[in-house]
Design a protein around this ligand. Structure first.
Ligand code: FE2
Length: 313
């Protein structure tokens, strides 16, 4: 289960940091800001190099200085309902688990926290716990399923997709869009070996509805035993999906964090389902972040087509 471990920069042994991150998923530096960008990158690379990820952006992983800002304006723009302190405002999710380069870690620094106590918290659920709790009836399906996203990279509606031969245990999938453009990505397993411990993690979207995998224009292709999912797989996939969505909403699996301005945190998003509770006003909560992506050893040439694997294999 996730927990916050407060750490002091330039203090504590390296092994203490690594074991805290591996077990608890959240390293928090409080009352030690502001940090320079170089200091943040240094801390991220220090932790990430131990666990096989690096600070970077998903489409051009040679550029580590990419910073994003989250002020929740997108979420506020989607609904008038701001939620309440004990309700989801940003729904439970893992970051793009079907992408070729999913975001599996992040450094977050809080630039504005004007929420009153108990409001605008970030909740975490450990994907290791989700895997451990998965009922036996789903286990074979979960272990044999892979998925692959085509909701990125500027391509149009997908016309067709085709899986290739396994390559180093990975399944390449080539998509063709309605304009005839094609691109290739690798499908990720739904259950992966956790990069930061010896456990397994179960990573599914719990928030975007089952149509994300099985609707009219789904956001990904799903494979079972390395062939496209067939009708008899879908019932199990839908049921497992609903089980994950309800499991991450169990209070006893959640750990909620109240942030303060100038907090800097390094979070494990390979195992970290997360959500934000509501009840705060626009502009009262914002933070900036740098993503961490798995360090595959591959380097995409700056400016090349994003996200695909062409030329990398
Ligand atoms: Fe997120």
């Amino acid at each position: 289960m996730f927990d916050v471990v407060d750490v002091v920069r330039d203090a504590g042994s390296e092994d203490d940091w690594f074991s805290a991150f591996s077990e608890s998923g959240i390293l928090r530096f409080r009352g030690q800001g502001p940090w320079s960008q170089i200091e943040r990158l240094g801390a991220l690379d220090f932790v990430g190099s131990r666990f096989g990820w690096r600070a970077s952006r998903p489409d051009q992983i040679t550029e580590p200085l990419f910073t994003y800002e989250e002020d929740h304006s997108h979420t506020f723009g989607m609904s008038d309902d701001r939620g309440a302190a004990n309700e989801e405002f940003v729904p439970w999710h893992v970051e793009s688990p079907n992408w070729f380069f999913p975001q599996i870690a992040a450094g977050w620094w809080f630039t504005r926290v004007a929420c009153r106590r108990g409001v605008g918290l970030t909740g975490f659920v450990d994907a290791r716990d989700v895997w451990e709790l998965l009922p036996d009836r789903f286990r074979d399906l979960a272990l044999s399923a892979r998925f692959c996203g085509f909701d990125q990279g500027g391509f149009g509606k997908i016309e067709s997709f085709e899986a290739g031969e396994l390559l180093d245990g990975r399944l390449p999938v080539t998509f063709t869009d309605v304009d005839g453009k094609s691109f290739t990505q690798y499908a990720h397993r739904i259950v992966e070996d956790h990069l930061c411990s010896d456990a397994k993690v179960l990573r599914l979207f719990p928030s975007y509805g089952v149509e994300a995998i099985s609707g009219e224009n789904p956001g990904m292709a799903v494979f079972v035993d390395d062939r496209p999912a067939i009708e008899e797989d879908w019932a199990g996939l839908r049921e497992m999906y609903e089980w994950v969505a309800s499991t991450v909403r169990k209070r006893d699996l959640q750990h909620w964090v109240q942030w303060e301005e100038d907090d800097f945190a390094i979070v494990d998003l390979h195992a970290g389902y997360h959500a934000v509770s509501g009840g705060f006003d626009p502009k009262d909560r914002s933070f900036k972040g740098i993503w961490g992506h798995e360090d595959t050893g591959y380097r995409i040439e700056h400016g090349s087509r994003p996200n695909g694997v062409e030329g990398l294999v």
